[in-house]
Design a protein around this ligand. Structure first.
Ligand SMILES: C[S@@+](CC[C@H](N)C(=O)[O-])C[C@H]1O[C@@H](n2cnc3c(N)ncnc32)[C@H](O)[C@@H]1O
Length: 276
């Protein structure tokens, strides 16, 4: 595997000059799903077999990486929130440069490329450069977490809508519409929010969401090491500390979480094993 710190010159292809445009390769943004390799789409699997090089993130599961043929070059450009390995602009430039050297490039991202994945920025730059591009959707973490915990995101009796938001603060402040998020009978799934759980709870309660609203934290959804912690808005921050819940995790807020049963989650896991 290539050293991520040296990621601007990792691919041997970059040692060669760019080819004429007629010989350029292409880039496919592929969603790897939330972790369980069996949740990869057939199209995603096919693109992994067809690629010359796969540029992948930290959240791509090991089981998915195992599906990449040995002859295909892999470049890790993973980002953790406090440790950006390679700036986003450099990642996008890398994709363009590889394609300009005739490579079939798979840009493999956890979940779905267009859900908090910066896939939109990458696609715009790639197509602006005149490079052929494709997007293969993946199962986003919220859907994986819902299936694996048995918490439906909508339910006729509990939630008529569901919203996905990011809890990541830019310059220390949120740009979230708290009055909308605080409405009852809707499910709010927060990505990248566990580090700022206290602030999220404070805002939701201040804007009218009931303190007894059920909340689930789901870490490593769909992985064997999945961790689920369930409480209420007024207890979840303390529970997160007690259970040491860290990223990658989702916060699922809403009445649907009252349907969670630990025994049912265990049944769901067991059922998956028994199909094997
Ligand atoms: C940069 S976002 C990428 C989201 C991804 N594009 C998707 O569609 O799932 C990273 C955040 O997604 C969430 N996440 C991704 N995979 C997860 C998983 N398997 N279990 C729980 N949360 C996950 C976490 O909140 C994590 O901090």
């Amino acid at each position: 595997m290539v050293n991520p710190l040296n990621a601007m010159t990792p691919a041997s292809a970059l040692l060669t000059p760019a080819l004429p445009a007629s010989q350029w390769g292409q880039v496919c943004l592929v969603g790897a799903g939330p972790g369980d390799p069996e949740l990869l789409t057939l199209k995603a699997h096919k693109r992994l077999q067809q690629a010359d090089v796969v540029v992948y993130d930290a959240l791509v599961g090991a089981g998915v990486l195992d599906m990449i043929p040995a002859h295909v070059e892999r470049i890790y450009v993973g980002k953790e929130s406090s440790n950006h390995t390679l700036p986003q602009d450099d990642i996008t430039l890398l994709l363009v440069q590889l394609a300009q050297r005739g490579k079939k490039v798979v840009r493999l991202k956890g979940g779905d490329p267009f859900v908090f994945g910066r896939g939109g920025e990458e696609l715009a730059t790639i197509t602006d450069a005149g490079i052929a591009a494709e997007v293969v959707p993946g199962i986003t973490a919220a859907l994986g977490a819902s299936a694996c915990t048995g918490i439906p995101l909508t339910h006729r009796d509990h939630a008529q809508s569901c919203v996905f938001v990011t809890g990541h603060r830019k310059d220390g402040t949120y740009t979230l519409d708290w009055p909308v998020l605080a409405r009852p009978n809707q499910t709010v799934v927060i990505y990248m929010g566990v580090g700022s759980l206290d602030g999220i709870v404070t805002e939701l309660v201040a804007h009218g969401r009931s303190p007894d609203t059920p909340v689930a934290l789901v870490r490593h959804a769909t992985h064997a090491k999945q961790q689920t912690v369930v409480g209420r808005l007024d207890s979840i921050a303390e529970l997160a500390r007690t259970h040491a819940v860290k990223p990658p995790a989702l916060i699922v807020i809403g009445e649907v979480v009252s349907l969670y049963r630990a025994e049912q989650e265990a049944v769901l896991r067991q059922a998956t094993k028994s199909w094997a």
